[in-house]
Ligand binder design. Structure first.
Ligand code: BGC
Length: 350
């Protein structure tokens, strides 16, 4: 973890950014205000943040870190940060963005409800000449390229982690096991896939790359017994895996979940069915939520992949601050995923 923090610090320095200090109010639509101490422009900067929905384990950690990192900045500016709940409703979120623009916000940080709405949001921000930092849900490449060679180029960016990498890491977590996950030794991995929200590339890539990488590294074939949409949600993950266990029983060798919330649900279903992770079934997730890390430590999950919300939120805030200063942004800022297993989980525990 220390290593990660050091990397983050370097990342922030590379972005050439600075900070200020703040106090905050916690409300459903929370606002933090930061006041200045040291040198700097001494400006008040209004930051509008919209999260696709507040009721998401991972995005809750992410948004709390956005707030606390803004509060820790010490660059002489005052950051007024308003964070709104998109309630998983694109119309609602678009309305929030319209309001931020009308109210003259200086910069937006947007976790889209639907990645396909990026084009509309980019156009609105470009018209108003307000910089925009997309997070977590990657827009289409064509949308990110849409202002190449124009004034608005370098005023919007995507900060995220490459979901292909998280998928590959999940595949490796199983392929690197002594039995390559192939409990019955038939040379084929029989698996169940629990998908997040398929509209999100994170879900798409994790579903695809976990399996292709497994095949590549292990040399085994794969047999998909079941694939269901769990919308990133723990209760849905539990239900899907409970049903699959009834239907396929001992045939299931591995359960891949696109995120940890669903893997936590899967772990409950596995335990309730009297199966034992590491002995007669394997289970992997993504995010490295605290509860998932505990399960990895206890051997109740085979592994997870750190989705570094600290690195991503700091990079997003650094990019927003940089954009406000008038400097050009890169089109993309990437933060690495990290594999977490029982062997290294201690490094990731607080
Ligand atoms: C995370 C999920 C989260 C989703 C929200 C993904 O990167 O792994 O836990 O629900 O983002 O868009």
């Amino acid at each position: 973890m220390k290593k990660l923090l050091a990397l983050l610090a370097v990342g922030a320095m590379l972005l050439g950014l600075v900070g200020c200090s703040s106090t905050e109010k916690e409300t459903p639509e929370s606002t933090s205000e930061a006041t200045t101490e040291t040198t700097g422009a001494g400006e008040t900067v209004k930051v509008g943040v919209s999260i696709y929905k507040f009721d998401d384990n991972f995005m809750t950690l992410y948004r709390e870190e956005i707030e606390s990192y803004f509060a820790s900045l010490d660059d002489g500016n005052t950051y007024e940060v308003t964070i709104q709940d998109g309630k998983n409703d694109q119309a609602e979120q678009t309305n929030q963005i319209d309001n931020f623009i009308q109210q003259g916000y200086d910069v937006l940080i947007i976790n889209l409800v639907q990645s396909t709405s990026a084009a509309t949001v980019i156009d609105k921000c470009a018209d108003a000449d307000i910089p925009c930092v997309f997070i977590n849900r990657e827009p289409e490449e064509a949308d990110m390229d849409s202002y190449d060679g124009q004034d608005y180029e370098g005023k919007f960016t995507y900060v995220g982690a490459d979901a292909r990498q998280s998928g590959k890491f999940q595949g490796e977590l199983i392929a690197d096991l002594e039995d390559k996950g192939d409990l019955n030794g038939d040379g084929v991995l029989q698996y169940v896939m629990v998908v997040g929200d398929p509209e999100n590339v994170d879900a798409k890539y994790r579903t695809e790359f976990s399996i292709s990488q497994y095949g590549e590294v292990s040399g085994n074939d794969v047999e998909k017994l079941d694939e269901q949409r769990g919308d990133w949600d723990q209760a849905k993950g539990q239900e899907i895996v409970a049903n699959a266990l009834v239907k396929y029983g001992d045939k299931i060798e591995a359960v891949f979940c696109n995120n940890d919330a669903m893997a936590l649900g899967a772990a409950q279903a596995i335990e309730a069915a009297g199966r034992t992770v590491g002995k007669d079934i394997y289970l992997v997730g993504v995010d490295a939520l605290d509860d998932a890390k505990d399960l990895v430590k206890e051997g109740k999950m085979t592994g997870t992949v750190l989705n570094d919300h600290v690195g991503q939120s700091h990079t997003a805030v650094d990019a927003a601050v940089k954009a406000v200063s008038g400097a050009k942004l890169d089109k993309y800022y990437w933060v690495d995923y990290v594999k977490v297993t029982q062997a290294n989980v201690e490094e990731f525990l607080d």
